[in-house]
Design a protein around this ligand. Structure first.
Ligand SMILES: [Zn+2]
Length: 391
């Protein structure tokens, strides 16, 4: 309805048509340039649907990432308000392993199949459907639809938002596939690279070189000792794996049994629990490795393979947690995957992860969204909007 009641507001298409369109717009993000694609068509399409409902739409280019945009679409004004957030990119795909075309929404067995149906273009179609009656309604608090770039690859979209200090709001729900269960915590992800550079030489005389592989052997001992120490100090019963983990992933060094190993490189992964600071963990590692490198006269390089995702936790008694628990009948839990939640939290938003579909179908051939998730999700989103923007 418009204010004068004469001209009907142009409505967004139905849920199925919206999702068909979003799935048809490829928006893979990947660290591999051969796969990486722009997400511009997806954010433009979302903006086109939201503008007639009265949303102000802003496309924010992600710095140093040509073709990548975050969309901030705002209805109403003022401080506070509710952010419904999702990422517009998908992971790469192997269409030979799909039963139907990943970019054609296909219905069978009461499911919608397509790349991004559950992770997570489906959420946008359902969120916009939940907003369609809002045109012309006076909001007490603003409603913001946030659509980010590059969540699946670098999280640079969310990083750029945190950097820019936008959007402002009070609450945020990220619609990642959780089977519509509220999620209030996840671990962080760090991937680190350690290199020792020594000096190669003939194996017959150790004095001819400085052995990087022996240095690495000692360094691994230090890392495992740190792991024991962290696992003794930090535990969280909300997680299936209740302790922080450190996984030695791959190692490359040396070339020949009869040559002193001149260079050795180790990659490892760390999953910190909420409450652990990534900077402090890196410093603790350095504090152990630097003396060892000095003593062995090895050059030490220690650097992140990517910038990492901090751990995330919202308090069990936070208002958004309580509201979502009572709307869904599920207690808020922890998950084993990471999201953009830590950056929304940095913006001062009370943040929760909750959306349709199952993470089991994400990043898989024949990804789908069960039709049984559709109506309950729209209902829950409508109630959230009612509670946080209209009352
Ligand atoms: Zn996702």
């Amino acid at each position: 309805m418009t204010a004068n009641g004469n001209n009907p507001v142009p409505q967004p298409p139905g849920i199925r048509d919206m999702l068909t369109r979003l799935i048809s717009l490829p928006s893979v993000s990947s660290a591999s340039p051969a796969w990486d694609q722009s997400n511009e068509a997806v954010v433009q399409t979302l903006a086109e649907w939201l503008r007639p409902l009265g949303f102000k739409t802003e496309l924010m280019p992600v710095p140093d990432s040509p073709g990548k945009f975050n969309l901030i679409a705002t209805l109403g004004s003022g401080p506070g308000g509710l952010v419904l957030s999702g990422h517009t990119d998908t992971v790469p795909y192997d269409d030979k392993r799909w039963q139907s075309d990943p970019f054609t929404l296909t219905e069978r067995d009461d499911r919608w199949y397509g790349l991004g149906t559950c992770d997570m273009k489906g959420f946008f179609a359902l969120a916009i459907d939940a907003m369609r009656d809002l045109a012309g309604q006076p909001l007490k608090q603003p409603l913001i639809l946030l659509a980010t770039a590059d969540e699946e690859s670098s999280m640079n979209g969310a990083r750029a938002l945190a950097e820019a200090g936008r959007p402002k709001g009070r609450y945020a729900v990220i619609g990642e596939p959780t089977g519509l269960k509220p999620i209030r915590m996840h671990k962080g992800i760090m991937m680190e690279r350690l290199v020792f550079q020594g000096q190669s030489g003939h194996s017959s005389n150790p004095a001819l070189g400085r052995n990087a592989l022996e240095g690495m052997h000692e360094a691994i001992g230090e890392l495992l000792a740190l792991r024991r120490q962290w696992q003794g100090r930090f535990q969280n019963p909300n997680f299936e794996v209740q302790v922080p983990t450190l996984n030695l992933g791959c190692i490359h060094g040396g070339d020949n049994p009869n040559r002193i190993c001149g260079r050795c490189e180790l990659h490892f992964d760390l999953r910190p629990l909420p409450g652990m600071q990534m900077d402090e963990l890196r410093q603790a590692i350095l504090d152990r490795l630097q003396p060892l490198a000095r003593q062995r006269e090895l050059q030490l390089e220690f650097s992140p393979l990517f910038d990492g995702v901090p751990p995330f936790e919202t308090a069990a008694d936070a208002e958004l947690v309580r509201v979502c628990e009572s709307l869904t009948g599920h207690r808020a839990e922890a998950v084993a995957f990471a999201t953009e939640a830590p950056w929304l939290q940095q913006l001062g938003l009370e943040t929760l992860v909750m959306g349709p579909g199952s993470i089991d179908q994400a990043h898989q051939p024949d990804e789908y969204l069960a039709l049984s998730q559709v109506a309950p999700t729209v209902t829950v989103l409508r109630k959230l909007i009612q509670r946080f923007c209209l009352e």
